[in-house]
Design a protein around this ligand. Structure first.
Ligand SMILES: Nc1ncnc2c1ncn2[C@@H]1O[C@H](COP(=O)(O)OP(=O)(O)OP(=O)(O)O)[C@@H](O)[C@H]1O
Length: 238
């Protein structure tokens, strides 16, 4: 089972130690990550997607130490960044082709997958319009689609559903649940509703360390009100 092991990860910016020894395992399924502003969520994500170099600690993918081999991780990775967007002059199809080339995926396989991905985020009817003419939520869905190119084994999602309307959020949640069956997903979000609908477990980051972990099968949490409550101190039971 493809697993990312994060061992005692530390990231320092000058005098600030943004991550102070994070240890966790990402297995197939959705791991939700919550934490207050400044807790270190973005730093953790940026390190996992190899944009930031750890000061100490290890990243182990599928049993192999990839800490100093970022290209190994990039090969299996899909990423929705918190900010940024598709090039406005490109259509979603062109942007996905561009991203496929950047990820060194086979061009024909990418072309074959694009219609399915655009349908999955309900943009099939807009494949020929430039992304610059899209609403914020539509542009966000283009980013979600590009993260799924090549069926990555590891998905890192930073506030992926910001700007999505109610219907599109439900579609996104269903897509994520379906993908997470064989894919390790890390979902950072402030949206409780997305966590309730998708997360198999919840991690709380505080001051650069994981302070709480709550594992609950989604099904057990969904029916009534969620038994998990997010408080300033982390995750607790109602
Ligand atoms: N490039 C940087 N240079 C210096 N300090 C940084 C840098 N990036 C993050 N930090 C510091 O590291 C700490 C963690 O920041 P980070 O952005 O990871 O938190 P976060 O949990 O993502 O917050 P938010 O919810 O506001 O996005 C903060 O103290 C922040 O000021």
């Amino acid at each position: 089972m493809p697993t990312l092991e994060v061992r005692d990860l530390r990231v320092r910016f000058g005098r600030t130690e943004a991550l102070r020894g994070v240890t966790l395992e990402l297995r197939p399924g959705v791991t939700g990550l919550v934490g207050a502003n400044g807790a270190g969520k973005s730093t953790l994500i940026r390190t996992l997607v190899t944009l930031e170099r750890p000061s100490a600690g290890q990243l182990v993918w599928d049993g192999q130490d990839v800490t100093r081999r970022p290209e190994r991780l990039r090969r299996v990775l899909g990423y929705v960044p918190q900010e940024g967007g598709a090039y406005p002059q490109l259509t979603p199809t062109e942007f996905l082709q561009y991203m496929g080339a950047a990820k060194r995926l086979d061009a024909r396989a990418v072309d074959a997958q694009i219609p399915e991905l655009l349908d999955a985020v309900n943009l099939g009817a807009h494949a020929r319009r430039p992304v610059g003419s899209f609403s914020g939520g539509m542009a966000r869905r283009v980013l979600i689609a590009q993260a799924l190119l090549g069926d990555p084994q590891l998905l890192i999602l930073d506030e992926p559903s910001v700007g999505l309307d109610a219907e599109e959020r439900l579609r996104f949640q269903a897509l994520l649940r379906e993908r997470a069956r064989g894919t390790a997903v890390l979902l950072v979000t402030h949206l409780r509703e997305d966590l309730d609908a998708t997360a198999d477990r919840l991690l709380t980051l505080e001051g650069g360390v994981i302070t709480h972990e709550a594992s609950e099968p989604r099904a057990a949490r969904r029916p009534v009100r969620s038994p998990l409550v997010l408080t300033a101190a982390g995750v607790s039971r109602a």
